[in-house]
Design a protein around this ligand. Structure first.
Ligand code: FES
Ligand code: FES
Length: 182
């Protein structure tokens, strides 16, 4: 957080035009150089599935997205730092009629109560399943260590990710790769 504050302070006032690929679509916007990536996603693009849970201190993980294939907390990243990047948010996973296996897992295994942490959890799970098709429960816990949930106790969340892992493993290599492309 200190580093971010330093960056914000040391930047001269002004705006910058950035181009980003978000959920497969190229978008271009002029943003203030101090705008946080989470605010860019929510306010500029209307992608409100990425949540703010801890007053942007990097502690809760509700704002987790994929930036160039890595999980990042979008409250600790400036929008201008994402210029030219490839971003995946929860809106890019699946649709209500065609859930991504990770979303299906949270649905089937009751991996949520209030659901506030769920988008961030899913993005961390996505990144894990990309590199580890058969994670153990400890590996899942490790992958979501930066994502706090205050209401489920995590057991159902672990089961949800295991469900997703099994669903993805039952698919062809092509199908699986299509669902874990970022
Ligand atoms: S809002 Fe980003 S970690 Fe809490
Ligand atoms: S389901 Fe409520 S915080 Fe996670």
């Amino acid at each position: 957080m200190n580093q971010l504050k330093e960056l914000q302070k040391s930047s001269a006032d002004g705006t910058k035009t950035i181009q980003v690929r978000v959920n497969g679509q190229i978008v271009e916007r002029e943003v203030h150089i101090r705008m946080l990536l989470v605010d860019f996603l929510r306010e500029e693009l209307g992608l409100t599935g990425t949540h703010v849970g801890c007053s942007v201190e990097g502690r809760c993980g509700a704002c987790t997205i994929l930036l160039n294939g890595e999980n990042v907390k979008s409250c600790l990243t400036l929008a201008v730092q994402a210029d030219g990047a490839n971003i995946l948010t929860v809106e890019g996973l699946g649709t209500p009629d065609n859930l991504h296996p990770i979303q299906e897992g949270f649905w089937e295994k009751h991996g949520l109560q209030c659901g506030f942490c769920t988008p961030g959890m899913m993005m961390s799970a996505y990144n894990l399943l990309k590199v580890n098709p058969h994670p153990s429960s400890d590996e899942i816990r490790e992958a979501i260590v930066g994502n706090l949930c205050r209401c489920t106790g995590y057991e159902h969340i672990i089961e949800a990710v295991q469900y997703a892992a099994e669903r993805l493993s039952s698919m062809s290599k092509e199908e699986r790769e299509k669902l874990l492309t970022y």
